[in-house]
Design a protein around this ligand. Structure first.
Ligand code: HEC
Ligand code: HEC
Length: 224
C-alpha cells in the first residue's frame, strides 16, 4: 500500500504541475454573465440528475477554480463521459472556463457554510476506510484542503454524487459513463460498492465549504 501510494502521489504531483502552468486568468465579473446555462442545474438546491442513476447535481460554489477548470476540460476531452456535461463543456472556450471557475469559487465565499451533522461511525468503519485509501493525504486533513490546484474539496459534497463519482473512477473504459483518472482509479478500485457507500456518507458528513447557491433564472436575466 505504501508503495502504491507513493506512486500515486508522484503521478498526482506531476499532473498538478503540468496543468497549473497553462492556466488563464479568470474574471469573476465576466463569469457572472456566462452562467445562464449552468444555473438550471447547479443553481437549484438538491436538483437531481437522472443519469446513470438518480443523484444530486454536485455543489460547485466554493470549489477551487483550478479544479473546476480541470473538471470542465475532462468532460470536454471525454476523460469524464457524463453526456450533458460533455455537451456543455464543448461549448465553452478556455477563457469562458477560467471566468466561470473563478466566479463559482468566489460565489462560495459570499455564503455561510452550512454545518452538516457529524458522521455516525460507531465501529470506526468509515475512518478505517479513509485511512486505507489515504484520502486525507491528497484531499487534506479535513477533506477540504486539497494539496494541489486540480484536486477537489470533497467534504460536505452530496453523498449520492460522491458515490457516483467514486464508482465512475472504476468505470474506465465504458463508452457512455465513467471517468479515466489514474490517481482516483487506483484509489477507488481498492473498495467494493458497500465500502464506497460508507466512504461517501462519511465524506458528505464533514464540515463543508461547498454549496449550491440558489439562483433564480428570472432574477438573473433582470440583473444582467
Ligand atoms: C443538465 C444539468 C446540468 C447543467 C445545465 C450543467 N451541469 Fe455541471 N454537472 C451536472 C451533473 C449531473 C454533473 C455530475 C456529472 C458526473 O457525474 O460527472 C455535473 C458536474 C459538473 C462539474 C464537476 C463537479 C465536480 O465536483 O467534479 C462542474 C465543474 C460543472 N458541472 C460545471 C458546470 C458549469 C460551469 C455549467 C454551465 C456552463 C454546468 N455545469 C451546467 C449537471 C449540469
Ligand atoms: C493520491 C491522491 C489522492 C488520494 C489518495 C485520494 N484522492 Fe480523491 N481525488 C484526487 C484527485 C487528483 C481528484 C480529481 C480527479 C479528476 O480530475 O477527476 C480526486 C477526486 C475525487 C472525487 C471526485 C470529486 C468530485 O467533485 O467529483 C472524490 C469523491 C474523491 N476524490 C474521493 C476520495 C476518497 C474518498 C479518497 C480515499 C478513499 C480519495 N479520494 C483519495 C486525488 C486523490
Amino acid at each position: 500500500m505504501t508503495k502504491l501510494f507513493s506512486l500515486l502521489l508522484i503521478s498526482a504531483l506531476t499532473f498538478a504541475n503540468s496543468a497549473f502552468c497553462d492556466e488563464l486568468k479568470g474574471d469573476a465579473q465576466a463569469g457572472s454573465k456566462k452562467i445562464a446555462m449552468c444555473i438550471g442545474c447547479h443553481g437549484i438546491s438538491g436538483y437531481q440528475a437522472s443519469f446513470p442513476v438518480v443523484y444530486k447535481v454536485p455543489k460547485i460554489a466554493g470549489q477551487s477554480a483550478s479544479y473546476i477548470t480541470t473538471a470542465l476540460n475532462e468532460y470536454k476531452k471525454g476523460e469524464r463521459r457524463h453526456p450533458s456535461m460533455r455537451a456543455i463543456s464543448r461549448s465553452l472556450t478556455d477563457q469562458d472556463m477560467a471566468d466561470i471557475s473563478i466566479y463559482y469559487q468566489e460565489l462560495g465565499h459570499s455564503d455561510a457554510a452550512p454545518m452538516p451533522a457529524k458522521a455516525k461511525d460507531p465501529e470506526g468503519e468509515a475512518v478505517a476506510l479513509v485511512q486505507k485509501g489515504a484520502c486525507t493525504s491528497c484531499h487534506g486533513a479535513n477533506l477540504s484542503m486539497p494539496i494541489g490546484p486540480n484536486y477537489p474539496k470533497i467534504a460536505g459534497q452530496y453523498a449520492d454524487y460522491v458515490l457516483v463519482a467514486l464508482r465512475s473512477y472504476k468505470a474506465e473504459n465504458q463508452s457512455v459513463w465513467g471517468r479515466n483518472n489514474a490517481i482516483m482509479g487506483g484509489v477507488a478500485k481498492q473498495f467494493n460498492t458497500d465500502e464506497l457507500q460508507v466512504l461517501a456518507n462519511y465524506v458528505a458528513s464533514q464540515q463543508t465549504e461547498l454549496h449550491t447557491v440558489p439562483q433564480n433564472k428570472f432574477k438573473f436575466w433582470a440583473a444582467n
